[in-house]
Design a protein around this ligand. Structure first.
Ligand SMILES: [Zn+2]
Length: 269
């Protein structure tokens, strides 16, 4: 009798906890899923979470999207990437450094900035690759598939116009993804490029050498390294340390390549 009471009390507590947790029954995975869709905060098809537009034939290019964080390789290769440009601060400085050290990089550009600052990059991208980083750095994960496609298409055209090269890679702002972004990426026949390692300027205020040392130590074969060629003064920690980073990584036997070159070195299997 006493044991039975304890069991009943435990179940009551669990049930009360579940109700407090979100106002929905959390007893079974199936229940949660059904409740969420019935909630209608996200439409079943056509909203930012859905990778389908509905019942009609899906226009999705080759029909495949590949998401890439890094590459599996035994070769000491890495891809240095810069997001958010081009802007007068600090894109020319980064291009100067890369030119001086003969290092290729991949620039994920914001379309409207490419249109406004085409003169900064014109004729300077020969060794580099360009990718799409959205039209105006809005959150693609909050857009439906058609809106995300229109945003990326507009950016694609602006980057092509500004650089003379068509991008085939997307890095979504903040790495935010919804199903609708995947759908838009498929329509564009893009590859989706995230990153393995990122600059950590905030951990090394006014210490470019220390920051460079940390990055050099953390890189592994196949790393895609995220940096920014625009932003606040804090970003200068990484950018001023680029020469140290480059010589340090070369000292460890690393070779810099673009993202697309890195992908060609991926170990199959
Ligand atoms: Zn960004």
């Amino acid at each position: 009798m006493a044991d039975g009471m304890r069991g009943w009390n435990r179940r009551a507590v669990l049930r009360r906890t579940a109700l407090l947790a979100g106002g929905v029954a959390l007893g079974a995975v199936g229940t949660v899923q059904t409740t969420w869709i019935a909630d209608r905060r996200l439409p079943i098809a056509g909203g930012p979470a859905s990778a389908t537009l509905g019942a009609r034939h899906q226009e999705v290019g080759a029909g495949t999207v590949e998401a890439i964080w890094g590459v599996n390789t035994s070769e000491r290769l890495l891809a240095l990437t810069f997001d958010d440009g081009p802007l007068p601060k600090w894109t020319p400085m980064v291009l100067d450094t890369l030119e001086k050290y003969d290092v290729p990089a991949t620039f994920f550009m914001v379309g409207v900035r490419a249109r406004q600052n085409a003169a900064l990059v014109r004729g300077r991208l020969g060794r580099h690759e360009v990718g799409n980083h959205s039209w105006a750095h809005h959150d693609l994960a909050r857009m439906d598939a058609n809106t995300a496609y229109d945003d990326l298409r507009r950016s694609h055209d602006a980057i092509t116009e500004a650089t003379g090269v068509e991008p085939h890679l997307l890095r979504p702002p903040w790495g935010h993804l919804g199903g609708a972004v995947l759908h838009a990426v498929a329509r564009l026949d893009y590859r989706l490029v995230l990153w393995t390692l990122q600059m950590v300027e905030g951990e090394f205020p006014r210490d470019p050498v220390g920051h460079a040392r940390r990055i050099v130590a953390d890189v592994q074969p196949g790393t895609i390294l995220l940096g920014h060629d625009v932003g606040t003064e804090q970003r200068l920690v990484a950018l001023r340390g680029l020469p140290d980073m480059i010589t340090g990584l070369r000292g460890r036997g690393y070779t810099f390549v673009t993202v697309s070159q890195l992908l060609r070195h991926a170990t199959v299997g």
